[in-house]
Design a protein around this ligand. Structure first.
Ligand SMILES: [Zn+2]
Length: 472
């Protein structure tokens, strides 16, 4: 009897693959997006989740879903924090997902918690059943707990774990390699945040997510494994596009032998890199977690139900390329800038950045800065001001001062409405600390130019934001 049943069983296992994307079990991106609020156990602020909070969240998930999540073992960080390795499912295809190897990149850690809760709360959902039957998920949320504790990229040794795949000087890197070697997963998910000043293509929107089928060699050779991660990237793009149209990019990189994704692919675990970017607006951090949840849940389902195989991996090359340093918190365009050095005012655009919780490889900003002066046509301002007809003048911004205080101070010095020449000489008299240039943190006054060489104060850029200004 058993033998005669075998072909039927095999056929039924193959059926969803044959049906491909049409499988009724495959949830769409919007369906997963709508499922997230009830799947969600992650905190409002992913950066606020530290090692102790993660352990509480994991224990809670294990208690809520008995039998779903096995704590296989724990690695140990440089400072002795335990790094849990979790296992879900029992299928033949092993998938290793690790997040936060850079301590200040927490979005996917939150999404992994939500993913596990979603799996636990939908045991009868055909897509979930199939996922747990066909895949074995190996999950390391927060590989770098010491870095997370400090909201820094590096581990406690100051090592960038993602550049430690060859030397293995960090205990966290050694642990990740040891898990890979033992488990021999078919696919890897390397989960990061990237600097949010990235656009999806040269003229695209701010990239909310960038994807990379991580190469295993200099030549970016196409192998069955890298074709699969290319298809995974295509799957993520299709899932996420209806929710974040034009906000998905292809991560640009060279092959980096000492980086973990590249090494994983080389070692035989072809890896998909997901870099969460930015999506400016209210509740940005939560929307990005939600998008990550959609990407993870949807692509894993596609891998499990076979619909992934129906995707054309060539579509990967059509995902627009990441453009770095291509957004700013504020761009003021087409002003005449009096630099503060007494030079004749010249036409320029100005860009500003604000401090955020994430800095990547750069030092974290302590305050808002002017980042660039000149032709910024390629830069997308998350806020923009058309400064046509305005004279921009750097001016000291005493700590804690607001626009009314600044305005009162200028009025007291009779600089609210005056000759342009007077403003220029007063600005020059402020000295070298009040010269507009990359890294400048003071205010920039914005004067309307009036006939007869006169100017009228209209507003300012104060700590990276436009104040006082009312367009006419
Ligand atoms: Zn990273």
């Amino acid at each position: 009897m058993r033998r005669s049943l075998a072909p039927v069983l095999a056929l039924s296992l193959l059926l969803p693959a044959a049906l491909g994307a049409a499988s009724p079990a495959t949830p769409t991106g919007p369906a997963l997006w709508e499922a997230w609020p009830t799947a969600r156990v992650s905190p409002a602020d992913p950066w606020g989740l530290k090692h102790s909070g993660l352990r509480v969240a994991l224990a809670d998930l294990q208690a809520r879903h008995p039998g779903l999540i096995t704590l296989v073992e724990e690695g140990t960080s440089a400072e002795g924090r335990q790094i849990p390795l979790l296992r879900l499912g029992s299928g033949p295809t092993g998938v290793l997902l690790w997040s936060q190897m850079h301590g200040d990149e927490p979005t996917a850690t939150s999404a992994l918690l939500d993913l596990m809760h979603w799996l636990g709360t939908h045991p009868q959902d055909p897509a979930v059943r199939q996922l747990l039957a066909r895949l074995t998920l190996w999950v390391i949320p927060m590989l770098n707990p010491d870095g997370a504790e400090r909201t820094q990229r590096w581990n406690a040794q100051g090592i960038d774990i993602n550049r430690d795949a060859l030397r293995l000087s960090s205990p966290e890197g050694r642990y990740l390699k040891a898990v890979r070697d033992r488990v021999q997963p078919t696919v890897g998910y390397n989960l990061h945040n990237q600097n949010p000043q990235v656009r999806a293509g040269a003229t695209g929107a701010q990239a909310a997510m960038s994807l990379l089928s991580v190469p295993g060699d200099e030549a970016f050779s196409l192998t069955p494994g890298t074709r699969q991660t290319r298809r995974l990237a295509v799957a993520v793009d299709r899932l996420v596009q209806p929710l974040a149209q034009g906000r998905v990019a292809r991560y640009d990189t060279d092959y980096t032998a000492r980086a973990f994704g590249d090494a994983m692919t080389r070692w035989g675990t072809p890896t998909l890199l997901i870099e969460t970017g930015g999506w400016a607006g209210p509740a940005e951090a939560e929307r990005l977690v939600r998008l990550n949840f959609v990407a993870l849940a949807g692509s894993l389902v596609a891998l499990a139900d076979g619909s992934l195989k129906t995707l054309d991996d060539a579509a990967y090359d059509r995902i627009p390329l990441n453009q770095r340093d291509a957004t700013a918190a504020l761009v003021v365009r087409h002003v005449r800038l009096a630099s503060g050095r007494g030079l004749a005012p010249f036409p320029a655009d100005l860009s500003f950045l604000l401090p955020g919780p994430f800095a990547g490889e750069r030092p974290r900003l302590r305050q808002a800065v002017l980042t660039e002066i000149g032709d910024l046509d390629h830069v997308l301002g998350l806020a923009e001001l058309d400064g046509t007809g305005l004279l921009a003048v750097p001016w000291p911004a005493p700590e804690g001062s607001d626009w009314p205080a600044l305005k009162a101070l200028l009025a007291a010095r009779k600089l609210e409405s005056t000759e342009e020449a007077t403003v220029l000489s007063e600005a020059k008299a402020q000295g070298e600390a009040t010269v507009a240039g990359p890294g400048y943190t003071g205010a920039v006054l914005l004067y309307r130019t009036l006939p007869g060489g006169r100017v009228q104060l209209a507003g300012a850029v104060l700590r990276g934001r436009v104040v006082g200004f009312e367009p006419r």
